[in-house]
Design a protein around this ligand. Structure first.
Ligand code: PEP
Ligand code: MG
Length: 754
């Protein structure tokens, strides 16, 4: 059963459009369950109707013709209740409704299960039978399982233009795709699809201008792969028995038996660029092989895919780095990486849309640092069909509009103008202090990590750097940077901000932050070897970094150090010992430095409970609310499936932060917040009320937060904090704080929240 299920889901995922996907479903389900009829109805949400979209067993002419209201018929009942219906004698049921066009009068038994994606009923999967006995448990279980597995694939295919295409008259009312807010702002521009090297599925559609040259380019790539395979066979023949060479020989045969090549060439001649023509051919072959019953032949699907990848890699070698980007480029991809962002000239980068990731992924953080609106976790995005199309990415709501109508476009242009006006107003605050109306100073610092965000941070009026993430300089190299190399990078930051303070965090890799040259393979990376755990296990890496940081501060003395992922006091003791050692060594070497201020990040629950003990050991605490929220709520910060419940305004998080403030202040040590929460206007009110000593955030959020601080007195914020502490639901808390922002005349900031 599992094997069958896997194969059907694979076939559906490989389908190129909604119709094809649905036809695969009805054909395969009818065959596997040995039923007389299998049909899929999809929901037209706007009309609140179910439309027969594909069938095996009913009259084919009824497809797309039969529509029933949700209140009608057994299919409607399944959708209405979002529950399965299993009947032996369906016509006897009061909700039974007969559609002559379908020819279904012959069938008695009826089993319908809802297809649900993200809590929304997408449609109903139905099987029917001549006999009049209800379906047995096995059949019911199978259909429920298959419907739950297919919901995502159907939602994906629907986004390509499936069910909306049914409503000609309402065609232009395309519903937006829902992703997650990644970085604030609205981007209107041209989609440029970027894809990782040689991922066949992720290749975008693109037209080619010169099919003759494109064909030659493709054939040359095939030739190179052929040569590569021959060389491989030669090399391997010394190491492998002849039988094991068969795999490579089979590859060669696939290339020589010209199906794969000629079908791709036809695609190119029809106007497609070679990678997309190759993609279509490869996926078509994969589909055919995957649907075969013989397990040996099914395995060949993977070989074809691999072969496709090889050819694609050869093709991409010449085209991967695109030099021309449209004036307003919206970068779109399955997983946008920092290096992909870096390829676009900053002036042309208007927005980012990524299928994977969430608000706290590093790409989102990077986008915010650059002031570029971003939508993350747009799971149903039809990436392959977007290149060159106009898109709107709403970084506030996480929505993406593909080829928006004139009305929608107009609305977003208006919003952009409003934004610009708000920014102008905020700019005026640049040189004003971040001080509440009743005289409390709450310094605002910037989070940085790239050389590129030093200037925006200075421009935003930041009073220093509250979190310098040292991972970035490590990530963009192909081996650990040496002491002098690191010193120069750090020196630049310290100098640029001098005399303002800069807090540098020691290397925080592990979790989702991998270094290409230091791979870590773990089942639970966020609970594994991360942050200080790695650096304490590798004192040579830690000491080198500390030495570089200390040296870089010579004559500037504006350096503080911050230890990430601390979960026990001994980690702080050990780290302090190493820092003191490095300090003593450098002094011995004659380097004139002062001991930096030392801080600990509070980002795991154990550190919350030991906040006072940690504070006693160091000069300050800094709360990393991204990780603290993740660990406290047990919600992966990068998983779009649970991003809805990743909410720093959860009462548990607010209480934890409050306890940390109490712990730090018990030893009269200052405490700040440096997670993304610090840049959320609603949360900022609570931070004022909690008596937070400083906040650190992306430069793009800073002016808004200053506005909040200059508007809400400590007393008012404290009052709101107490009201909120009585609430149990994060949504209620957000609504309450948003109302307070509106009431204070800061309604324009409400959209900037989560
Ligand atoms: C945090 O966890 O809140 C934090 C600031 O660190 P990072 O996002 O780099 O893990
Ligand atoms: Mg963290």
């Amino acid at each position: 059963m599992l094997d069958l299920l896997r194969r059907i889901v694979q076939e559906v995922n490989a389908a190129s459009d909604l119709d094809q996907a649905l036809n695969v479903i009805v054909r395969r389900v009818k065959q596997v369950m040995e039923v007389d009829v299998c049909s899929v109805y999809l929901m037209d949400h706007e009309a609140r109707q179910l439309v027969l979209m594909a069938t095996e067993g009913l009259n084919n002419e009824a497809v797309r013709q039969v529509r029933l209201n949700v209140e009608e018929g057994l299919v409607g009942l399944v959708a209405e209740r979002a529950e399965l219906v299993n009947l032996g004698e369906a016509p006897a049921h009061p909700r039974y409704r007969y559609f002559p066009a379908t020819g279904e009068e012959r069938y008695h038994a009826f089993l319908g299960v809802p297809i649900i994606h993200h809590r929304t009923v997408m449609g109903v999967l139905v099987v029917q039978q001549h006999s009049d006995t209800p379906y047995d448990t096995n059949a019911v279980n199978f259909l429920v399982t298959i419907a739950s597995q297919l919901a995502g694939a159907i939602a994906h295919a629907d986004a390509v233009g499936g069910i909306d295409g049914l409503r000609e008259q309402r065609h232009d009312l395309r519903k937006p795709l829902q992703g997650l807010p990644g970085a604030p702002g609205v981007a209107i521009g041209t989609a440029v699809v970027v894809h990782p090297h040689a991922s066949v599925e992720a290749v975008p559609d693109r037209q080619c201008q010169d099919p003759v040259a494109e064909e030659a380019r493709f054939l040359a790539a095939v030739g190179e792969v052929r040569t590569e395979l021959r060389e491989m066979i030669n090399r391997m023949s010394e190491l492998l028995p002849a039988g094991d060479l068969a795999l490579f020989e089979a590859y060669l045969m696939m290339l020589d038996g010209d199906n794969l090549v000629s079908a791709t060439v036809s695609g190119i001649q029809a106007g497609s660029w070679a990678p997309a023509a190759l993609r279509d051919t490869v996926l078509e072959h994969v589909r055919i092989f995957q649907s075969m019953d013989d397990p040996y032949l099914r395995e060949r699907a993977e070989d074809i895919r691999d072969l496709g990848r090889r050819i694609l890699q050869r093709l991409q070698e010449g085209t991967q780095s695109r030099t021309e980007f449209p004036k307003h480029t919206v970068l779109v991809g399955e997983e946008i990486t920092a290096s992909m962002l870096a390829e676009v000239p900053p002036k042309r980068l208007t927005g980012v849309v990524s299928v994977r990731g969430s608000r706290t992924s590093h790409v989102a953080i990077l986008s915010r640092a650059l002031g570029v609106p971003a939508v993350m976790g747009a799971e149903d995005l039809p990436v392959g069909r977007l290149d060159g199309r106009e898109v709107i990415a709403d970084g506030y709501s996480g929505r993406v509009y593909i080829e928006p109508t004139a009305d929608i476009r107009k609305e977003f242009v208006r919003l952009q103008k409003e934004e610009a006006a708000l920014s102008a107003e905020l700019k005026a605050l640049k040189n004003r202090p971040a001080e509440t109306p009743d005289g409390r100073r709450i310094p605002l610092y910037a989070n940085t990590g790239l050389v590129a965000d030093i200037q925006p941070s200075l421009n935003s009026g930041a009073e220093g750097v509250g979190l310098y993430r040292t991972e970035f300089p490590f990530m963009v190299r192909d081996s650990f940077p040496g002491e002098e190399e690191q010193r120069q990078v750090y020196r630049q930051v310290l100098e640029k901000f001098h005399p303002r303070p800069v807090t540098m965090r020691t290397l925080d890799i592990g979790g989702d932050k991998a270094l290409p040259y230091f791979p870590i393979k773990e089942d639970n990376p966020f609970l594994g070897w991360r942050g200080i755990r790695i650096t304490l296990d590798h004192p040579e890496i830690f000491l080198l970094q500390i030495r570089a940081m200390l040296k870089s501060s010579t004559g500037l003395d504006n350096l503080s150090l911050l230890l990430p992922m601390v979960s026990r006091t001994t980690e702080v003791d050990e780290a302090l010992e190493l820092v003191h050692r490095a300090f003593a060594e450098l002094r011995e070497e004659g380097v004139a430095i002062k001991m930096p201020r030392m801080g600990v990040m509070v980002e795991v629950p154990s550190a919350v409970y030991q906040a006072a003990a940690l504070a006693r050991r160091v000069d300050f605490l800094s709360i990393g609310t991204n990780d603290l929220t993740q660990y406290l709520l047990a919600v992966d910060r990068n998983n779009p499936h649970v991003a809805e419940i990743f909410d720093p305004l959860h009462p548990a998080v607010i209480r934890a932060i409050s306890d940390v403030v109490t712990g730090a202040h018990y030893y009269s040590k200052p405490v700040s917040v440096c997670g993304e929460m610090a840049g959320d206007p609603a949360a900022a009110i609570l931070m004022i009320g909690l008596g937070m000593d400083a906040l650190s955030m992306s430069a793009s959020s800073l002016p808004r937060i200053k506005w909040v601080i200059r508007t809400f007195s400590f007393d008012r914020a404290r009052g709101l904090l107490h009201e909120v502490l009585d609430m149990e639901d994060p949504h209620e808390i957000r609504a309450h704080l948003n109302a307070a922002l509106e009431h204070a005349g800061l309604g324009g900031l409400v959209r900037a929240g989560k």
